[in-house]
Ligand binder design. Structure first.
Ligand code: RFL
Ligand code: PHB
Length: 394
């Protein structure tokens, strides 16, 4: 079999790339290791930047997002028991973010792909990538015990942090930068109205907490927990109790609790791969970089990577130009480092680092006091949170 682009991984990056290429008349096959239901069962990101909303519109799947997503023009920062609003909309001259879950983004993209009759192979086992240093790369996989090979022009590695594409690059051709944080996030999803109509990022001496949401009736909350914590250690009651202790009085009283419908722990990590292109194979999204979730940047970076990649591939096929392909890595990495820097900084500001002691907590509170009382400080937070425009750096 032959196609133009093999996309390894059918998460948000792979599916968005599939739609962008389809709109440009470029053939692609997606190979996904899991079932579609499994992919949709992973509860992850919740906040879309304007660039990601625009991409959903561009590929024609924005309708449900606009109908059901919640537009947020600000968020609260809580420290020393008090909440302070960052008015992103005012500070950035009208920019907002959209609360619309990654599950919904992926579902909308998958539905559009299916409606267009495009090929996704689910439960593709043992995917391997070959010859990406030549003009005819190949991808092999197994499905129902049968072996298959696809010859293609390009491979897009959209296969997440544990994928096969990055792992197949010769070690001498790649550099990896990594920071692992000494804690994780315990997340809970519940069919309860959110405690507040915007997000609350809380710095507490007991550790970080985040009050997020998926809709007006569904909440998502996170707690900073030690790396040794296990989901089974945390009953729902213990979670709600600890969350209350990290919130301000008003939120504590308003919090509506209920049974969890999902509970999981995610480790926090900053990770960047350089470069993101290896001959005819490109890495995108979590396959190339991980940010800690504190800045809500991961999914948005995945979306902008695949937009840059689709532009480069369209230029290749339509204009016979390799300029976009040659610039892909540099273009993505500038944005990746900017978002990665913000996520690292916001993580450092909001979490408890026991090794920094009480003075560390005091310094954090002083910095937060500065940020919310300084127009320049608040603007810096706001403009990083709403994200960079697509043509940034041009
Ligand atoms: P994904 O979503 O991991 O998808 C990769 C897909 O590739 C498949 N795969 C393979 N397929 C074939 N062969 C193989 N060998 C394969 N190996 C893997 C996998 O099954 C999977 O379907 O990566 P992608 O598409 O790059 O998307 C990235 C995002 O998922 C990620 O950046 C975000 O979820 C990060 N993130 C957040 N991002 C935001 O922008 N805003 C947020 O509010 C936000 N919150 C979060 C987050 C991530 C979290 N966790 C759990 C890490 C909150 C959390 C808790
Ligand atoms: C989420 O709702 O899952 C979420 C929101 C904001 C973040 C991280 C996660 O910074």
């Amino acid at each position: 079999m032959r196609t133009q682009v093999v996309i390894v991984g059918g998460g948000p990056a792979g599916n968005l790339l599939g739609q962008l290429l389809y709109k440009a008349g470029i053939d692609a096959v997606i190979l996904e290791r899991q079932t579609g239901d499994y992919v949709l069962g992973r509860i992850r990101a919740g906040v879309l930047e304007q660039v990601s909303m625009d991409l959903m519109d561009e590929v024609g799947v924005g309708k449900r997002m606009h109908a059901e997503g919640l537009v947020h023009g600000g968020f609260d920062m809580l420290f020393k028991g008090e909440r302070h609003r960052i008015d992103m909309n005012r500070l950035t001259g009208g920019k907002n973010v959209m609360v619309y879950g990654q599950t919904e983004v992926t579902r909308d993209l998958m539905d559009a792909r299916q409606a267009a009759g495009l090929a996704t192979v689910y439960e593709a086992d043992n995917v391997t990538v070959h010859d990406f240093d030549t003009a005819t790369p190949r991808v092999r996989y197994q499905k129902d015990g049968q072996s298959h090979e696809i010859e293609c022009d390009f491979i897009a590695g959209c296969d997440g942090f544990h994928g096969v594409c990055r792992a197949s690059v010769p070690r001498g051709a790649i550099r990896e930068f990594e920071k692992v944080y000494p804690f994780g996030w315990l997340g809970i999803l519940s069919e309860t109205p959110p405690v507040h109509d915007e997000l609350i990022y809380a710095n507490s001496p007991r550790g970080f907490a985040l009050c997020s949401q998926r809709s007006r009736t569904r909440s998502r909350y996170y707690l900073q927990v030690p790396l040794t914590a296990k989901v089974s250690d945390w009953s729902d009651e213990a979670f709600w109790q600890e969350l209350r202790l990290r919130l301000d009085m008003e939120a504590r009283e308003k919090l509506v609790t209920g049974p969890s419908i999902e509970k999981s722990i995610a480790p926090l990590r900053s990770f960047v791969t350089e470069p993101m292109r290896f001959g005819r194979m490109f890495l995108t999204g979590d396959a190339a970089h991980i940010v800690p979730p504190t800045g809500a940047k991961g999914l948005n970076l995945a979306a902008t990577d695949v937009k840059y990649l689709s532009n480069a591939l369209i230029e290749f096929y339509q204009e016979k130009s390799e300029v976009g392909i040659d610039n892909y890595s540099e273009r993505c990495l500038r944005r990746v480092w900017r978002a990665g820097r913000f996520s690292w900084w916001f993580t450092s500001l909001m979490h408890r680092f026991p090794e920094n002691g009480e003075i560390g907590q005091k310094f954090q509170e002083a910095e937060l006091d500065y940020l919310i009382n300084s127009e320049a400080g608040a603007l810096s937070v706001a403009e990083n949170y709403v994200g960079l425009p697509l043509n940034f750096g041009e």
